[in-house]
Design a protein around this ligand. Structure first.
Ligand code: 5GP
Length: 170
């Protein structure tokens, strides 16, 4: 493994999480919100965001991926779907990073069939330079350059998701 570099430190992440939480509270005043986390990378972001929000937040998880051995295979595989109904609910998809946009756009189509009242997208990170499918991100933590980032949920081939900061390997 090469040298680990810090791209976004813990303090910056926490400050941004406070801001994002405030925005969400303002947009969903008095409403329950379903946080739909995409496993596994969204777990730390989901918790850190949810605990800053006064609304009642319901946790749901879905698992789908196109990555294998740190490479984008281009084929999305569904591993786990939502168990409970989200019909009539206000859903925010919680993602670690939006790269090509394929995962989110696929998921948005999939969720439509479940008739939620609304669906928005929150992501900790976004790589706009890699976008293949244009999509609207409602809550975006940080834009990052085209680097393979790890930590705060993001993995290096399943490892190092527990780093408390966003880093990259040189
Ligand atoms: P998309 O469908 O938007 O291309 O891909 C999103 C998924 O790709 C993310 O949920 C994440 O699992 C993976 N991914 C994309 N870029 C990175 C990266 O820089 N680091 C890590 N660890 N995963 C990434």
């Amino acid at each position: 493994m090469g040298n680990m570099n810090v791209l976004i430190n813990k303090a910056r992440i926490e400050k941004r999480l406070d801001e994002m939480a405030k925005e969400i509270e303002k947009d969903y005043e008095g409403k329950d919100i379903v946080f739909l986390g995409i496993l596994k990378g969204s777990v730390p972001f989901m918790w850190e965001l949810a605990k800053r929000i006064k609304n009642n937040v319901i946790f749901e998880f879905i698992e789908l991926s196109s990555y294998k051995d740190n490479k984008d295979t281009g084929v999305l595989t569904f591993h786990k779907d939502i168990k409970d109904s989200i019909e009539g609910k206000d859903v925010i998809i919680i993602e670690d990073i939006v790269d090509t946009g394929k995962t989110i756009s696929y998921l948005l189509k999939h969720l439509k069939e479940k008739n939620p009242n609304s669906v928005k997208v929150a992501t900790l990170l976004s790589k706009p330079s890699k976008r293949v499918i244009e999509l609207n991100i409602d809550y975006e933590g940080f834009k990052v350059e085209d680097k393979f980032v790890i930590g705060f949920g993001l993995d290096d081939n399943q490892n190092l998701r527990n780093l408390p900061y966003i880093g990259y390997i040189e």
